[in-house]
Design a binder for this molecule. Structure first.
Ligand code: UD1
Length: 367
């Protein structure tokens, strides 16, 4: 029986850990799972809503670290996680993704000689100005078992000198959650509530510091959104970081004038799935949403200069358009003008099949 601490910290972690914990509970003779929530995200809509929507059991331990600078947040997670590990003495600690909590917990364990499994290993944007890229590189160097969502991840790890014996290609566990919840999401009334049921609309998310913390970049993106919103409504669930910058940069008035650019509160997992799964087009700077739209073959424009998820571009659903106003607008209009139904069948990456959680558990069992 393996005792495993599953770490969650921020919004993009919950949908990765939910299917893993569910599989561990199903395989109760092999695994004794615990959930530790660092509290990096703490608002009801950024955290509790996801536990509820994904059927994730309440955390066994809540560290409550909250927000702070990267150094303060990472250090706070380390300081509060270490005593938990010392007390629980797990066989494995499982960390997911690339947020500050991921690196902090991996670092604590590697110093204590506790084995670490990293889910979503090997992704690289090659952009070290991105805090997540630092978290990815370092977590992968520290972890004992590197579980990759796509084979470009294996190649990236090998190129950094990581031996094959630590790498397992298991597929994308976030897609397990997506397939698990797709049917349930049909009951969400979010499209009716927004008055967009059976209409063409775009869905937008924006929260990368490189996009929203810089007034000039944010303004360029807004220029494009204003133009696109003249063609169809854009539904924009606003991340707290982005909400704060809109106020700070005085963008409220501009946004109010663009009547078809509709800002709403962040959505839970089910409502957001219902929203983007019916969208004509998705615009985002998120990593996970590039993958979710690929799994459902929905056209996605990524408002960044690079991606750590090149397979989404290779499959044809995702385009990297950067933050230039004309480039974004042109790409959006091209996507909207393209025929709705493609002759070729949708292309889904290998092992994005809804069964990744069990492959992760098998890999941990074999060590
Ligand atoms: C973090 C992750 C990022 C992920 C994103 C998803 C890192 C380095 N970044 O970025 O990879 O894509 O989460 O959301 O780990 N805030 C709230 N309520 C909350 C959480 C945050 O109001 O529940 C506000 C705080 O003012 C905080 C700011 O949002 O300062 C940013 O939060 P933080 O967790 O530092 O980074 P994110 O931008 O959310």
């Amino acid at each position: 029986m393996l005792k495993v601490i599953n770490v969650v910290g921020a919004r993009p972690n919950f949908m990765k850990v939910a299917p893993i914990v569910e599989a561990m509970k199903r395989r109760a003779t092999e695994f004794a799972p615990l959930i530790v929530h660092t509290g990096q995200h703490y608002d009801a809509q950024m955290s509790d809503a996801f536990f509820h929507d994904l059927g994730l059991p309440k955390p066994d331990v809540y560290l409550g670290v909250g927000s702070g600078s990267h150094a303060a947040q990472t250090a706070a997670v380390m300081q509060s996680f270490e005593p938990v590990v010392l007390e629980e003495k797990p066989d494995w600690v499982l960390v997911v993704g690339d947020v500050n909590s991921t690196l902090a917990c991996a670092l604590v364990c590697s110093k204590l000689g506790i084995k670490v499994a990293h889910v979503e290993a090997g992704l690289r944007s090659r952009d070290r100005t991105m805090p997540e890229e630092i978290n990815r590189i370092l977590t992968d160097q520290l972890a004992d078992l590197l579980l990759t969502p796509s084979q470009d991840g294996d190649a990236n790890l090998r190129a950094e000198g990581i031996p094959d014996s630590r790498i397992r290609f298991v597929g994308n566990v976030m897609i397990d959650s997506l397939f698990n919840q797709l049917k349930r999401a049909e009951a969400s009334t979010v499209r009716d509530d927004l008055g967009i049921a059976n209409k063409d609309y775009a869905a937008l998310t924006l929260h990368r510091p490189s996009n929203v913390d810089d007034a000039a970049t944010f303004a360029r993106i807004l220029d494009a959104l204003e133009q696109i919103s003249r063609r169809l409504p854009i539904i924009f669930p606003v991340h707290p970081r982005t909400r704060a910058r809109i106020v700070e940069f005085g963008f409220n008035k501009r946004i109010e004038r663009a009547q078809n650019l509709r800002l709403i509160e962040p959505l839970g997992y089910i409502d957001f799935l219902r929203l983007y799964s019916g969208a004509r087009l998705v615009l985002t700077d998120s990593g996970g949403i590039q993958e979710e739209t690929t799994a459902l073959s929905i056209p996605c424009l990524t408002l960044r200069e690079n991606t750590e998820r090149p397979i989404t571009v290779e499959m044809g659903s995702n385009r990297i358009v950067g933050t230039d106003t004309d480039k974004i607008t042109r790409a959006a209009f091209n996507a909207l003008d393209a025929p709705r139904t493609n002759q070729t069948p949708p292309r889904i990456p290998p092992l994005w099949d809804g069964h990744t959680a069990d492959r992760i558990l098998d890999a941990i069992t074999k060590g």
